[in-house]
Design a protein around this ligand. Structure first.
Ligand SMILES: Cc1cc2nc3c(=O)[nH]c(=O)nc-3n(C[C@H](O)[C@H](O)[C@H](O)COP(=O)(O)OP(=O)(O)OC[C@H]3O[C@@H](n4cnc5c(N)ncnc54)[C@H](O)[C@@H]3O)c2cc1C
Length: 453
């Protein structure tokens, strides 16, 4: 039996944690079954956003007539683009490995529990007083042979000429936007009539209108049958009324949600419990039902976002190695959808505010008072604020428009430091920066609250 101070199962974001603990002089066993860096760096946030960079440039050229500029694209070197992306992905493991130090022993293999405090990997048994499960999540399997999930395109082996994507969440939308912009013939299949339905309703409504102008979307549609022959999928699409039609596509990709990786851990040998979605249960200090065994990041199934995973891991480090004794409470969890249009959001939606019976005021303000916003020649961008009637606390903020993911950070700062919408009304903005559009949004809602007093 090999003894360590800490065992970490899963070298995604947690490979940074392993290095950090190793720097304290502690002996760490890091177990990774695939490439270090995990989902975000290898097959998630980073490679998808690198592709979005190309898509943004293409869209700007394609839509330049909005600015009275006629332009056309001579050639999109899609091979080069994916070659670049693939080569980034191929560098991730080595890059992460180079950051490990001599106190971190890397085991390449599937780690699983033999008991609450013994883990096995490659026929070796390891033990430590502290064990961290950071095994992340995986895409839900595609129901048809040969169909892809997001894991199959990072890296991509063969770039398809056409792709059909199934799903209505952020991954489906981001990927369909990228392929479409790069000139691949795309179709998005959405089971219901809504898309990005976790967003505030006003946001997803405008998103649906705008996104449908670019992307061929079939709502209320599922795939009844799919056969793969001669390098093509023959699909039978079925709408809500049971009407069917045929569709052919070189590639078929399912982005229908993510599931727990807990199965590989052999948890039946332990007292660790799962929730009803199959993710690992924990208390407020990240501890599972087995003493000394902790779970962080996507493996706990809570936020499933990289910034949440990384924040949690830093916090767990403080709990385990810096005597932090307060539980982590995420006050606000922001997220963005990097599509065209771009969306950013934090806090409750209007529907959630109603369900929670919050005492709130809501306002929707377009960005057009800002000259920089006018310069985009887009009419739809707006900010929706949901603010507590009594305390002026921002309960939710939702934006749709270019650079929303950047813009929302000034709202986040206020929410984190001293949450009061009046700060956004009173602060000085650079005229006429895009961010300035938050000023009328703040003025509007403060006026609304004051009228109600
Ligand atoms: C296409 C896509 C786009 C995304 N875009 C964004 C975005 O823009 N912003 C954002 O915040 N988030 C995004 N995410 C989500 C983000 O990638 C995850 O939230 C994040 O990677 C979670 O980190 P983690 O360390 O918890 O898990 P992971 O990064 O998944 O790491 C888990 C690791 O554990 C390993 N493992 C699993 N089981 C075992 C085992 N039994 N033994 C050994 N090793 C094991 C896996 O191989 C993996 O390397 C995206 C995800 C996808 C799929």
């Amino acid at each position: 039996m090999k003894k360590f101070d800490l065992i970490i199962i899963g070298g995604g974001r947690a490979s940074h944690l392993a290095s950090k603990v190793g720097k304290l002089g502690k002996k760490v066993a890091l177990i990774e079954k695939s490439t270090l860096g995990g989902t975000c760096a290898n097959r998630g946030c980073v490679p998808s956003k690198l592709l979005i960079g190309y898509a943004d440039v293409i869209r700007a050229i394609e839509e330049s007539n909005r600015h009275y500029i006629n332009s056309s694209i001579d050639k999109i070197d899609i091979e080069k683009i994916f070659e670049n992306n693939n080569s980034f992905i191929n560098s991730v493991d080595e890059n992460h490995k180079s950051k490990l130090n001599e106190n971190v022993k890397l085991f390449r293999g599937i780690g699983f529990f033999v008991s609450n405090n013994i883990v096995e990997v490659n026929n070796e048994k390891l033990t430590a007083p502290k064990i961290i499960i950071a095994t992340g999540a995986s895409p839900k399997k595609a129901p048809f042979e040969g169909a892809w999930t997001s894991d199959d395109i990072f890296p991509i082996n063969k770039i398809p000429k056409s792709i059909t994507i199934v799903g209505s969440g952020f991954i489906a939308c981001e990927l369909v936007n990228v392929f479409d912009a790069l000139g691949v013939k795309t179709k998005l299949l959405v089971r219901s009539e809504n898309i990005l339905s976790n967003e505030d309703e006003d946001i997803s409504k405008v998103f649906k209108e705008e996104f449908s102008k670019k992307i061929d979307i079939e709502f209320n549609t599922t795939i009844k049958d799919a056969t793969y022959k001669d390098s093509f999928f023959d699909l039978t699409l079925e709408d809500k009324a049971g009407k069917t039609k045929n569709h052919t596509s070189e590639a078929l990709l399912y982005a229908i949600g993510r599931e727990s990786n807990a199965k590989s851990l052999n948890l039946k040998n332990t007292s660790i419990k799962l929730d009803d979605r199959g993710f690992i249960k924990r208390d407020k200090f990240f501890q599972t039902d087995a003493k000394g065994v902790y779970v962080v990041g996507d493996a706990a199934g809570k936020y499933m976002l990289q910034h949440a995973a990384s924040y949690e891991m830093n916090y767990l480090y403080k709990i385990l190695f810096e005597d932090e004794n307060r539980a982590l409470e995420f006050k606000y969890m922001p997220h963005a959808v990097f599509t065209d249009p771009e969306i950013a959001s934090v806090g409750v939606t209007e529907k959630e505010a109603k369900e929670k019976n919050l005492n709130f005021v809501v306002s929707k303000t377009d960005w057009l008072t800002s000259a920089k916003a006018q310069g985009t020649k887009l009419k739809y961008p707006f900010t929706k604020l949901i603010v507590d009637k009594k305390s002026y606390k921002i309960l939710g903020c939702h934006m749709i428009g270019p650079q929303s993911s950047t813009m929302i950070h000034q709202v986040l700062t206020v929410m984190h430091i001293d949450n009061d919408i009046r700060h956004l009304k009173e602060m000085l903005y650079i005229h006429p920066a895009l961010s300035e559009s938050l000023l009328p949004a703040a003025i509007n809602i403060v006026k609304k609250i004051e009228r109600l007093k």
